[in-house]
Design a protein around this ligand. Sequence first.
Ligand code: EPU
Length: 439
Amino acid sequence: MDSFVIQGGRPLRGTFRVHGSKNAALPLMAAALLTDQPVVLRDVPQLSDIRNLVGLLGTLGCEAEHDAAERRLTLKVTDQSQCVAAYDIVRTMRAGICVLGPLLARRGRAKVSMPGGCAIGDRPVDLHLRGLRALGAEIHLENGYIAAEGKLRGAHVFLGGPNGSTVLGTDNVMCAAVLAEGTTIIECAACEPEVEDLANMLNSMGARISGAGTPRITIEGVEELGGTPEGGHQVIPDRIEAGTYAIASAITGGEVTLENFPTASLTAALDCLRQIGVTVESLSGSKNGIAPPLRDDVRVRRIDGLHPAQIVTQPHPGFPTDLQAQFMALLAMAEGNSIITEKIYPDRFLHVAELTRMGAELIRTGASVMVCGQKQLVGAPVMASDLRASAALVLAGLAARGRTVVNRVYHLDRGYERMELSLQALGAQIERVDQKDAE
Ligand code: EPU
């Protein structure tokens, strides 16, 4: 198992290009099951979750060709006989559930292992099933598998749950409805930019979807889909990776230029950074209208001290839960007390105990954490527990005095492409070592 060894205290400087989005790419890949024509994706990040989904698609008769240099992934279904997404692969990656809607729509049946809970808390799939049942699917649970079959018809579907809508559930229902007979309206759809990216690609393949990116999506079913148009579909930039590197610049008191930065999909996080005293300045100079650009080049730095803030995670366009842990690391160094409340995953706080080991003063009550700032963090051996918690520990390590060892970085490799190399290029002292050599 690998670990990162970090000598903190170096301000980061230089340029980093934000990669294509993991959470956009995964459902785009699963959507290749909706057609027997090639689906070509550009700017696909090189991550273990992507490799695992390629493996799962392979077991479902969808072949993949990866041009690593061009970051291009070509997917093509050659065999439609297999409809089982096995436990062994789905348990490594919850996004395996994304194949449910496409398989059901195109092959009339699907058997997908029920994903388990994970480190960030319970992650039910009841809304996915509710949506597919509304389209006419017959669904039952069988030995830990979701077994679904039936001919799908357009319907009025409501996807609101106790914590808002569901991102992958909206993707599943949208993919299923694309090939259903008649019109589907999804109410309380997830508005995340990754859902919009999926709708854009499906439309380029012949689907008829409108309203994606808003809480009401309308889908008029079509007979079949073609492949992606010439040149393929370019995956949107990863807003969470972008936010994480912006914090890396701010927490080290550095000055980093971020290219391919998705300003338009980070409004809440950028607003929060400004309150904290971090400037994110557009370098493109393009001020066409009031809408921020989908891709921009920005420079991130902090002016002087960090101010406290109040953060509540919410569905998009609210503050993203996937940046909560990283902001906690930043606010641990602010002058004053902050409060962070988690409304998407009320137990997503595994980083609290580890940040505390690094000198952060954190008081958790239920789904809120008071962050008592003005602390100098100190290096320590810490344990990564999930993807974003791990990112928070790396950020804290970059700012801390002394040596930090982040163990179990395989969590990070699920969502950040060779993070240590990117941070080294920005001047950080960080190394990947075998855990037994890190002690
Ligand atoms: N929920 C239900 N029922 C369902 C589905 C979800 O109650 O059937 C609840 C969840 O428990 C949670 C809320 O609804 O409280 C939102 O969950 P959602 O379904 O939207 O999460 P997801 O689609 O499984 C994606 C991202 C997550 C990200 C969430 C929220 C992917 C592959 N994953 O998960 O990303 O946190 O949306 O924005 O897109 C990450 O990248 O670190 C990550 C965890």
